[in-house]
Design a protein. Structure first.
Length: 139
């Protein structure tokens, strides 16, 4: 629900503020808030800190920071500005398909008929929402 409200509230900001700048501000505020919450609510030990300094953990964090936050959210904000809230929200139908393909490509995860059927269903749902032939369109 917060993500939906944030999308509606952020749309007017995307015009005067560049999407990349808006992404950076939101990520910095969200990251700081999550850091404070995790320090207050979760036990932090030397082992926890050592786990963050492994190459796998650093690589994962960098990947999520660069692609999962900066690139993906900036693209989302551009779509929000250009397409509107409802159509930009359709990324939720497409991103699991990208994750499915990426998992198969990079990690050799198996894709069966169930996954293919689910992906096809999601694409059909996104196409139906985008095309909406039952509504009149301006000529």
């Amino acid at each position: 629900m917060s993500y939906c409200v944030g999308s509606v509230v952020a749309r007017p900001l995307v015009g005067p503020v560049k999407p990349l700048a808006l992404t950076m501000v939101q990520a910095a505020i969200g990251g700081a808030a999550l850091l404070v919450l995790s320090l207050v609510l979760e036990p932090v030990s030397r082992d926890t800190l050592d786990a963050f300094l492994t190459p796998a953990a650093i690589g994962s964090l960098l990947f999520l920071l660069l692609l999962g936050t900066i690139v993906a959210y900036t693209i989302y904000l551009v779509l929000l500005r250009e397409w509107g809230t409802m159509r930009a929200g359709l990324y939720a139908f497409v991103s699991p398909i990208i994750a499915l393909g990426t998992g198969a490509w990079l990690f050799g995860e198996a894709i069966g008929w169930l996954e293919i059927g689910g992906a096809a269903l999601m694409l059909v749902a996104a196409a139906m929402a985008l095309l909406r032939p039952w509504e009149e369109r301006p000529t």
